[in-house]
Design a protein around this ligand. Structure first.
Ligand code: GLP
Length: 267
């Protein structure tokens, strides 16, 4: 696992965006062999999206040969609903860049047949040869995508019920009214995430410090689903100092030392 510790949110956003651009360029994607990404929602990736949009506007990066999947969606919300993750990705990212519409694959929270929706999503990912770079956020309780504590670490894309912590945390997007937060979601499973060639997780702020401690220092456990990244051969955590505030000082020093030398640095 690589852990990149930046001083603040803005630096994390910039680092993550530069890494994404580096990975896309290094893959030399074409129409026939596109670069495949999966994207999260939430407030954390917004700075990275802004930085990527700015790089695109300066002509430094193109997304024409990039395929996008999303990680999760609320059950029952239409794509036009401002709280849907569908709307979120179009509003904050896709509408500002040179994507091809046919390269965008977002989970449908309004389907009548979720079994079918989830099975075809998995199939579609496989048809591209899998995800090259999956970007994830992290819940305060250690969830990844919408895989809540207690989720099977072998799970695939499916419908899940949210727990009370997540409903409370996400109420800020629903007029601070917990009753308006959908209770069901459709989400990539933990095993779906683990199948990606590389997983980059972004975590910022004190609120994520407990989850980051579980992710890095805890044992692999379904009570902290994100801890599964310890088993991933290419897991990269991009975080700020606040998010590392509950880690042991020697592990923080270890990551800082290694990322300060050329060894291990990929960009
Ligand atoms: C949500 C979403 C995730 C997101 C996470 C963190 O519940 N399911 O996609 O990564 O929680 O959100 P935020 O970045 O707003 O803290």
């Amino acid at each position: 696992m690589r852990v990149i510790i930046n001083s603040n949110y803005q630096q994390c956003a910039q680092w993550a965006a530069e890494y994404v651009a580096y990975k896309i360029k290094a893959a030399h994607p074409t129409k026939e062999k596109p670069f495949v990404m999966a994207l999260p929602a939430g407030s954390t990736p917004l700075g990275m999206f802004e930085a990527l949009i700015s790089m695109f506007k300066k002509g430094k990066i193109s997304f024409q040969n990039v395929v996008f999947f999303n990680m999760n969606e609320y059950v029952g919300l239409a794509p036009e609903d401002k709280n849907s993750f569908n709307y979120y990705l179009w509003d904050n990212f896709f509408q500002h860049i040179d994507i091809r519409k046919k390269n965008i694959h977002l989970l449908n929270g309004q389907t009548k047949d979720f079994m079918q929706e989830c099975a075809s999503y998995e199939k579609l990912i496989r048809s591209y040869g899998g995800i090259d770079l999956l970007i994830a956020g992290i819940g305060e309780d250690g969830h990844i995508a919408f895989n809540e504590p207690g989720s099977s670490l072998g799970s695939r894309t499916r419908v899940k019920a949210l727990n009370r912590n997540t409903i409370r945390a996400n109420a800020r997007f629903f007029n601070n009214n917990e009753n308006l937060v959908p209770k069901l979601v459709v989400t990539m499973g933990v095993a779906t995430i683990m199948d990606a060639d590389e997983v980059m997780l972004i975590a910022t702020g004190d609120k994520k410090a407990d989850a980051i401690r579980c992710a890095i220092e805890g044992s692999v456990n379904h009570m902290c689903p994100v801890s599964i990244l310890q088993m991933h051969p290419h897991a990269l955590i991009v975080c700020d100092e606040e998010a590392t505030s509950k880690l042991q000082s020697d592990i923080v020093r270890y990551f800082n030392d290694n990322e300060n030398t050329k060894f291990g640095r990929k960009i």
